[in-house]
Design a protein around this ligand. Structure first.
Ligand code: NAI
Ligand code: MG
Length: 350
């Protein structure tokens, strides 16, 4: 079998981590007798430098004609002073919108091998296995009106009933495959948009009588995630709350460099680490490639149905950690060997 994969490396550590994911994909391809045809496309600062646009049309075209998109990260200080629509981050938001990927699935699980890498107590994090379902193409990152002048800046948090319904269905369906618990996170005590959110989620819940639904305010959720993360299974939330809570949840696992994500909703999914381009460590060969390699595994499982190949990758990650290999971000006292980005990629591939 042969698959077309659009590769968007992006900026900062993006190229470093995507190269390792490709190394691992090629290794499983050889074992499973499948073939990947990669097509590279530009997005972010690197795209702006070459074409003047952080999201060239060609990148959308390549992505839409592929089976799945594997994405690194974009952004960096060099482009921070550009007008908003030229900035790398605008390119990414537009990309998600163009592809219609409204659901961002962010699993946060704690590897047993790394309970000591977390800054939280082992008994709090051991066994954590939750899934943040984040709405990705609505809410305050997209709402109109938005803008700024010299003395005022404004954004608008908008959700429509159909937008809430479709993301809620995703969360309940995922919960049915897991432990049948959904916690919907909002700020309904203050925000009108959250009151609608809550109402619609309640309605959708009626279609999933087996699933236990609870609601939580986002400020409390931020606290509960640290106090007792094991109370959560599926967390359903909007764009900005999900952005923040999933970065927070990443620290349960020990490093943001461990957590993958899948952005789905239309025919083409985007598979990407939850972290950004990490300009502070770019070019040093120390970035953790595991989040991206685990994203490639999600791509195999959810976009291509190659479950055995995905299992191989998940096993490779676990085994590398069990044998004590650590990149710098997760190198606690128990590291047998602190390895570079590319060493970690090779160990997992092997
Ligand atoms: P970031 O996620 O890039 O980095 C936050 C911290 O985590 C940094 O100290 C970084 O060194 C560390 N880190 C991130 N990934 C790592 C990895 N794989 N291994 C080891 N350490 C890792 O977030 P930050 O610094 O807020 O943003 C940097 C740039 O990335 C900005 O331009 C931002 O807009 C962009 N960004 C892009 C995203 C994307 O492409 N999806 C998502 C988030 C931010
Ligand atoms: Mg984020």
């Amino acid at each position: 079998k042969s698959y077309n994969i659009a590769l968007i490396k992006g900026d900062g550590i993006g190229p470093e981590i995507i190269d390792e994911a490709v190394k691992v994909l090629d290794a499983v391809a050889a074992c499973e007798n499948i073939e990947f045809n990669y097509q590279e496309a530009l997005m972010g600062g690197c795209a702006y430098d070459v074409t003047g646009d952080p999201l060239p049309q060609e990148t959308i075209d390549i992505s839409l004609s592929s089976n799945a998109v594997l994405f690194g990260a974009i952004g960096g200080q060099k482009w921070d002073t550009l007008p908003r629509e030229k900035r790398p981050e605008s390119g990414l938001l537009r990309f998600r919108k163009e592809l219609g990927v409204f659901a961002n699935l962010r699993p946060a699980n704690v590897y047993d091998e790394l309970v000591n890498a977390s800054s939280l107590k082992p008994e709090i994090v051991k066994g954590v296995d939750l899934m943040v379902v984040r709405e990705l193409i609505g809410g305050i990152y997209f709402g109109e009106p938005k803008g700024r002048d010299e003395n005022k800046g404004w954004n608008t948090m908008v959700y429509t009933r159909p937008e809430i319904e479709r993301i809620a269905h995703v969360a309940f369906k995922i919960a049915m495959e897991r432990s049948k618990k959904v916690c919907s996170v909002d700020k309904a005590n203050v925000l009108d948009v959250s009151q609608l959110w809550r109402e619609v989620v309640e309605e959708v819940a009626k279609e999933y009588p087996e699933v236990e639904l609870s609601h939580m305010y986002v400020d409390n959720a931020a606290m509960q995630l640290i106090r007792d993360p094991k109370q959560f299974d599926v967390i359903l939330t909007g764009n900005i709350f999900g952005d923040i809570l999933s970065d927070e949840a990443s620290m349960l696992s020990g490093s943001i460099g461990l957590l993958p994500s899948a952005s789905v909703g239309s025919s083409i999914g985007v598979y990407e680490p939850i972290h950004g381009s990490a300009p502070d460590i770019a070019g040093q060969g120390i970035a953790n490639p595991i989040a991206t390699i685990a994203s490639a595994s999600m791509m195999l499982r959810f976009a291509l149905g190659e479950n055995r190949a995905a299992d191989r990758i998940d096993y490779g990650i676990k085994q590398a950690l069990a044998e004590g290999y650590r990149t710098k971000d997760i190198a606690g006292f128990d590291a047998k060997e602190v390895c570079s980005t590319s060493e970690m990629g090779s160990i997992i591939a092997n």
